[in-house]
Ligand binder design. Sequence first.
Ligand code: HEM
Length: 354
Amino acid sequence: MGALFSFVVVILLILIAYVGVAAVGMQSIFGTVVPYAAVLIFIVGVVYRVIKWGKSPVPFPITTTGGQQKSLPWIKQAKLDNPSGSAGVIGRMALEILLFRSLFRNSKSELRDGRLAYGSAKWLWLAAIAFHWSFLIVLLRHIRLFATPIPSFVSLLENLDGFLQIGAPRLYLTGVILLLAVTYLLLRRFYVPQVRYISLASDYFPVFLIVAIASTGILMRYFFKVDIVSVKELAMGLVSFNPTIPAGIGSIFYIHVFLVSILFAYFPFSKLMHAGGVYLSPTRNLANNSRAVRHVNPWDYPVKVHTYDEYENEFREKMINAGIPVEHSPAITPEEEEKLTEPTDDAEIPVGKE
Ligand code: HEM
């Protein structure tokens, strides 16, 4: 249901851009107003969410650990899984962000002959890492449309990415890997029952959207070619705040840019914000030094307590009368003391003083 809904929404978005440009001629809306609005929403939305997260109180190091904490010298510490200082935390964060280490350690559990068995599960990691890295490289390669002269690292990326030298224009591997990986991630949601069960429209929508963005990009580069000089003119106009709409750019370009704009505007309000959230995750970015350093909750206020002594003072008589043992004997008056010191047979020994 969520999948169908998301699919229909993405198809509608494609139609809106197509009709808007090809039939109504709203190139300037789809080529300037929409991308500007999307980038604005993206920036404001991301800043808002990061500030909100940043303000969340984290009074203690709430680390999740997968190894031995720093302890006595002869006990081997798991420095990456349970870092006790900044260097370890940086190592853990870098491996998480660049290589998705926790996903690499993903395992699957299943019943085999009636017994619970655990096994390695690396396909999700492989598809996820292929998807994210190729997305990043595709995005960086797009800088050539927005910068003159083209930065040398972008040309380097293009050369590496197109090293197979297949076709004209040259085939970029990352564009294809991006599409394949995101398709795998989509199919996994369809065909793995457990994943399908927990998948919502908000899981399918970004995947369909990215499939559509990569597909329109590939169609535009290799099949329905667009005039790349005019595209660059438009893109340069956007970044120099001097927008122009050159004539003759095919509708597929506007569809591509419209879908990208929707992705950008949707980003801050969706699960896609994990891209920013991972840096702010206290279970990843805090050193586990809870044995070495005393962490005091900064909001601790003096709590009004009623100690046992105060309690007993209040209820001692009633306790004695009820036969409940008390810790301290009743306060003794001087007369009582005098009476107590007289050597009589029936001298009362105060409870608790035996
Ligand atoms: C999330 C952002 C974006 C993604 C994921 C994306 C993805 C892609 C992909 C996969 C291709 C196929 C060729 C390749 O591998 O490079 C492509 C091509 C293209 N994209 Fe994008 N794109 C994005 C943003 C944009 C933006 C903002 C523009 C606006 C200028 C744009 C304009 C183009 C053009 C003109 C091509 C054809 C390039 C050529 O003919 O060499 N894309 N895009």
